[in-house]
Write a protein that binds this ligand. Structure first.
Ligand code: 13P
Length: 248
């Protein structure tokens, strides 16, 4: 049985005051049979955990280093994230691949450390517009998946997020046919490699998911939820997305 997950990636947005949104999200989604997660900037994770304590809303982070400790100024480790009580870490987001030159090998090493620390990794894959236009989408996704996802992955600790780079923050969503094709491909690859575990891994779609398009996206085969950027910043946008997933 695959788990449904509505995840929010706040990226470099938010403030202490904005954490009040978490209380509202936690309250308004408490009765829904869906896993929920918000990943605020790491500076706010400790306070976020305090705010949602006792609720089903999970708190995660947006990146970690591949080593457990050491001389890496500015970085945080997976064991620190687990130590705080956060549950998930997003890895290999296209913004990190672009801004920090992260390779799929880097993502795999980070994911390995995250799994060893007891965290659930959300590994992001996605093609650029140029790659899609050149009809290389499935090759790119297949390559990213093969390298970024470590062998130790299980359905209980690995989530894949398909985020076409051209759909992130642009208001352009992939069509359901495009999402269907890529999610079907990802599912096949996961099953081929991980068998039953791969069949049960949660696969999310991300890229301009909004309350207005969520239901249609969640009705697509092999879509088990969403990784939401902009629309996760405010409860009034995120809660309807969670509700659409619960009803899907
Ligand atoms: P938007 O929902 O703002 O397009 O961002 C998607 C994303 O990158 C989530 O990780």
């Amino acid at each position: 049985m695959r788990r449904k997950l509505a995840a929010g990636n706040w990226k470099m947005n938010g403030s202490l005051a904005a954490l009040s949104q978490l209380n509202q999200i936690a309250r308004e989604t408490a009765s829904l049979d869906v896993e929920t997660l918000i990943c605020p900037p790491s500076l706010y994770v400790s306070e976020a955990l305090t705010r949602v304590s006792g609720n089903q809303l999970n708190i995660g982070v947006q990146d970690c280093h591949f080593e457990t400790s050491g001389a890496h100024t500015g970085d945080i480790s997976a064991s620190m994230i687990a130590d705080l009580g956060a549950s998930h870490v997003i890895l290999g987001h296209s913004e990190r691949r672009a801004d920090h030159d992260e390779s799929s090998e880097d993502v795999r090493e980070k994911a390995r450390t995250a799994l060893a620390a007891g965290l659930t990794a959300i590994v992001c894959v996605g093609e650029s517009e140029k790659q899609r236009l050149a009809k290389n989408t499935l090759d790119i996704i297949g390559g990213q998946l093969a390298i970024s996802v470590p062998d130790a992955s299980k359905a209980a600790n690995m989530v894949i997020a398909y985020e076409p780079v051209w759909a992130i923050g642009t208001g352009r969503t992939a069509t359901t046919a495009e999402i269907d094709e890529v999610h079907d491909f990802i599912r096949t690859r996961l099953k081929d490699r991980f068998g039953e575990e791969g069949a049960n891994m949660t696969v999310l779609y991300g890229g301009s998911v909004k309350p207005t398009n969520a239901a249609e996206i969640f009705a697509t085969n092999n879509v088990d939820g969403a990784l939401v950027g902009g629309a996760s910043l405010r409860a009034q946008d995120f809660v309807p997305i969670v509700r659409a997933l619960a009803e899907a």
